[in-house]
Design a protein around this ligand. Structure first.
Ligand SMILES: NC(=O)c1ccc[n+]([C@@H]2O[C@H](COP(=O)([O-])OP(=O)(O)OC[C@H]3O[C@@H](n4cnc5c(N)ncnc54)[C@H](OP(=O)(O)O)[C@@H]3O)[C@@H](O)[C@H]2O)c1
Length: 469
């Protein structure tokens, strides 16, 4: 048998679809799964001349051309370490191990160093797009050495989704864990965007008393305009789907308790570690935590009645106001995520091109949206340290849409609708665009109770006041 161009371990949802994608591009791929029956089943259903099953890891490794390129797509965490441990003794200097799972970037840093010590290359590659993306073209975010990236470049460029100009939704992100870091923030932004969308839905449903078909129609209108994106597109269907068991619509039977796999939380934790503010992303994580307390919420809701609905905006005006509010809040969520990536890049010495990151998110991934093409083009002209709010064409949009976000937040607050995503998107904007924030007051208090000193606006140095005199 001719040697395979690449190998893949882990034929679960993602692994089986990604293998089929690679084979469809006429690359020979060897596949291995811990449970052999899964491999047999996969070959029975999807086997073809490009897919080569292996029953043991030894057989699998032996089937691969040198330097070997091995994708791992198993459950993130201990399973990845278990696979690497078994694989290491079978590999040779220069072989490349690519973890395409949703691994925590700290684990990627550790694995990168451990493999480097053995003369092996390690790539941590973020993959977004779910099973459909894996099969038809995901957005891929590889991090590792440039040398390792060059060994998989042609395969990864072939299997990736396409951007707005038809280019591959993959680019070399940066050294060691840069790829998994960017994927983590991608998911954080996804949390933020879904939260602000859900809050818009909540206001439309509970203030304007709209039913699911009407809500679906409004999301369709949004998806036909500047909010056009995968998440708005699927909202149309999620809102319009009739229930299969009961009368009415499925959305009204889905329990209001949101699950999570942790990437939003990781983003929030890392932002705290770095001392960077990503309030909308963090609030989206908190909102999911609060959603999990269904019993407590139900009990408390009996004690605290909501006030009577107040709005002086007719529905048509609000639908258009909300469109602009969501646009502004989306830009604010992106601004927060991009700022975090930039600061993490400085800290970790990653050379991350944010225009390229925006480009590879244009297709394949969950947050793919027209807005990403706007960001891609805008950041191409900006310098590395530019904050999203500094970009002239976006500043123009924000100046027009922020007042509408303010109106939307006010409407939510007045009616007791929790709008933590929208309001933090707004207050992040308000704070980061304020020349003067009340931190002088905080410094005064700190100096009073703890002699922590403060700096002055008019003189150099640290000052302490004896507040008892
Ligand atoms: N599903 C998605 O939409 C999605 C999207 C992006 C990224 N991801 C990430 O992709 C990765 C795989 O996800 P998935 O949804 O494809 O998982 P999955 O369907 O649950 O499959 C898990 C795979 O891991 C293997 N595995 C588990 N523990 C193992 C161990 N100790 N040693 C060797 N193999 C082990 C399983 O092998 P057995 O058959 O032997 O149990 C199986 O092949 C995860 O990191 C996930 O977070 C998933």
């Amino acid at each position: 048998m001719e040697k395979s161009n690449i190998g893949l371990i882990g034929l679960g949802v993602m692994g089986s679809n990604l293998s089929r994608n690679i084979a469809s591009k006429k690359f020979h791929i060897s596949v291995y799964n811990r449970t052999t029956e899964v491999t047999d089943e996969f070959i029975k259903e999807h086997g073809n001349e490009y897919i080569h099953p292996a029953k043991t890891l030894e057989e699998f490794v032996d089937q691969l051309e040198v330097p070997r390129k091995i994708i791992i797509l198993v459950k993130a965490g201990k399973a990845v370490d278990a696979v690497i441990e078994k694989l290491m003794p079978l590999l040779e200097k220069g072989d490349v191990v690519i973890d395409c799972g949703n691994s925590n970037f700290n684990n990627t840093l550790r694995r990168f160093d451990a493999l480097k010590e053995k003369g092996l290359q390690f790539i941590g590659c973020g993959v977004s797009g779910g099973e459909e993306g894996a099969l038809h073209g995901p957005s891929l975010m590889p991090g590792g050495t440039l040398e390792a990236w060059n060994t998989i470049k042609n395969i990864f460029e072939s299997i990736a989704a396409r951007d707005f100009s038809g280019g591959p939704c993959v680019t070399y992100i940066g050294d060691n864990a840069a790829g998994h870091y960017v994927k983590m923030v991608h998911n954080g932004i996804e949390y933020g965007v879904m939260q602000i969308m859900a809050e818009g839905y909540d206001i439309l449903k509970n203030v304007y008393k709209l039913d699911p078909p009407k809500l679906s129609e409004i999301f369709k209108k949004y998806n036909d305009g500047k909010l056009k994106s995968y998440l708005f597109e699927i909202s149309i269907e999620v809102l319009a789907r009739k229930d299969e068991f009961e009368d009415g619509y499925l959305i009204d039977y889905i329990l209001d308790r949101a699950a999570q796999k942790g990437t939003g939380k990781w983003t929030a934790i890392d932002a705290l570690k770095q001392g960077e503010a990503i309030p909308t992303i963090t609030e989206a994580v908190f909102a999911r935590f609060i959603s999990s307390h269904k019993d407590l919420r139900t009990n408390l809701s009996k004690k605290y009645q909501k006030e009577k609905i107040k709005t002086d905006m007719d529905l048509d005006t609000f639908v258009s106001t909300l469109e602009d509010a969501l646009y502004a809040a989306m830009l604010s969520s992106y601004a927060q995520g991009y700022h975090l990536i930039r600061e993490a890049a400085k800290e970790n010495k990653w050379d991350i091109d944010i225009a390229e990151v925006s480009r590879i998110w244009e297709g394949g991934c969950i947050i793919r949206a027209d807005i990403l093409n706007v960001l891609h083009k805008a950041f191409e002209k900006a310098n590395k340290d530019t904050h999203l709010f500094e970009i002239p064409e976006l500043a123009k949009d924000l100046q027009r849409t922020i007042p509408l976000l303010r109106k939307t937040v006010t409407l939510g607050v007045q009616n007791g609708i929790p709008v933590s995503g929208l309001s933090t998107a707004l207050s992040y904007f308000d704070a980061i665009t304020s020349k003067q924030v009340p931190a002088n007051f905080i410094q005064g208090l700190r100096d009073y109770f703890g002699a922590h000193t403060y700096k002055r606006t008019d003189k150099e140095g640290a000052f302490h006041t004896d507040w008892n005199i």
